[in-house]
Design a protein around this ligand. Structure first.
Ligand code: ADP
Ligand code: MG
Length: 360
């Protein structure tokens, strides 16, 4: 359905997209992930010509998008785009937001457009808000209206550019649920997202973008569990773990525990395991003597059935497993009793403690 060949985009001297060639079939759900600033938005914007590519070609059902004889407005109508920042018309009601496009651009009759709008509002769970204005809605509701408005134009392809990243965390799931629902209706979708669990469960294929290229692509299992290339591996490791920096003895214990709890919840770990993880973190910090530069990392390995807790602390070498002073003894015994393994190394001026906490 979409064929991209040697697509490039430069902004002056800045080369954002180098050379992208890819085919997307009808009904595919493609997620685009990668560090920020790697051209994910630019790629989407080139696909629907919000940006003019510098080079290469794009075909939609074999119609060349960049050919000057192509009817661009008509082609663009086949693609809907949902932005991070909703872009609703503030002076129009929810219903009018959904009907203005179909009436003005598709030539639909008012009652016909309203019937369709009502149906779409039902799909996104917002019939009740039909008469409301955008500023009376929560962020999650606005984004659902934006998605319905997009659908009102009857597109065949939906492009989402970080649809949940402007939302309060409590509203992310209602928007993702709507996108999931649309995906079951056979829409072709390309979604830029940082919601990794969602990407993993939803996508038929994942594009990892880096260096102005689709650096690696494959089914979600490959990209998340068995990435083939170094930058993909590094990125996946980074997003799958939680990193907490501590720079003084007066660190905010409650904030740290909150982040760790959220991490455990995201990985559907039990309350009991979550309790262990929090306890282990506290005990590991209890073994530290220098708090000026500590990095705590948590990661979950489904394959091994462990949560890995790494504590890297700058300073001269002190091996708490060997050189421990008496007051540390209880903490250390507690850690060793609860963990599958506890290891220590000294690397790059850092004392590194590596714990594997069993999850069963
Ligand atoms: P991502 O969505 O992956 O975070 P973007 O596609 O937004 O990345 O941006 C990629 C790079 O292109 C960034 O360095 C950004 O500053 C630059 N860029 C994007 N749009 C423009 C523009 N209209 N003019 C100049 N530079 C731009
Ligand atoms: Mg972006």
């Amino acid at each position: 359905m979409i064929k991209v060949r040697n697509l490039s985009k430069h902004f002056g001297a800045l080369v954002v997209l180098k050379d992208i060639s890819v085919d997307i079939k009808k009904g595919e759900i493609i997620s685009v992930i990668g560090p920020s600033g790697t051209g994910k938005s630019t790629f989407l914007r080139c696909l629907n010509l919000l940006e003019t590519p510098t080079g290469g070609s794009i075909f939609i059902d074999d119609i060349p998008l960049l050919d000057k004889h192509t009817n661009i407005p008509k082609l663009r109508q086949r693609m809907g785009m949902v932005f991070q920042s909703f872009n609703l018309y503030a002076h129009l009601s929810v219903l009018e937001n959904l009907t203005i496009g179909p009436i003005k651009l598709l030539g639909k009759k008012k009652h016909e457009a309203e019937l369709k709008a009502r149906e779409l509002l039902k799909l996104v769970g917002l019939v009740e808000k039909m008469e409301s204005y955008p500023d009376e809605l929560s962020g999650g509701q606005k984004q659902r209206v934006a998605i319905a408005r997009c659908m009102a134009m009857e597109p065949e392809i939906l492009l989402f550019d970080e649809p949940t990243s402007a939302l309060d965390p409590t509203m992310v799931s209602e928007v993702l649920a709507v996108i999931r629902r649309l995906s079951r209706e056979g829409m072709t979708m390309i979604i830029v997202s940082h919601e990794m669990e969602f990407v993993r469960n939803m996508s038929t294929r994942v594009f990892y973008m880096d260096e102005g290229l689709i650096y690696e692509e494959g089914p979600p299992q490959q990209i998340f569990d068995n990435p083939q290339k170094p930058k993909t591996k590094a990125f996946i490791n980074r997003v799958r773990s939680l990193h907490i920096k501590i720079t003084s003895r007066d660190y905010d214990l409650y904030a740290m525990q909150g982040e760790m709890e959220a991490f455990c919840e995201k990985h559907i770990l039990s309350k009991r395991v979550t309790g262990y993880v929090l306890l282990m973190a506290e005990e590991v910090l209890g073994l530290q003597h220098n708090f000026s530069d500590i990095q705590l990392s948590l990661s979950y390995s489904e394959k091994e059935g462990t949560v890995e807790l790494v504590c890297a602390s700058a300073g001269t070498p002190v091996n708490p497993l060997k050189d421990n002073m008496e007051e540390d003894d209880i903490g250390l015994k507690l850690i060793q009793g609860r963990c599958k393994s506890v290891d220590y190394t000294y690397e790059d001026g850092k004392n590194i403690l590596f714990l594997k906490i069993k999850v069963e």
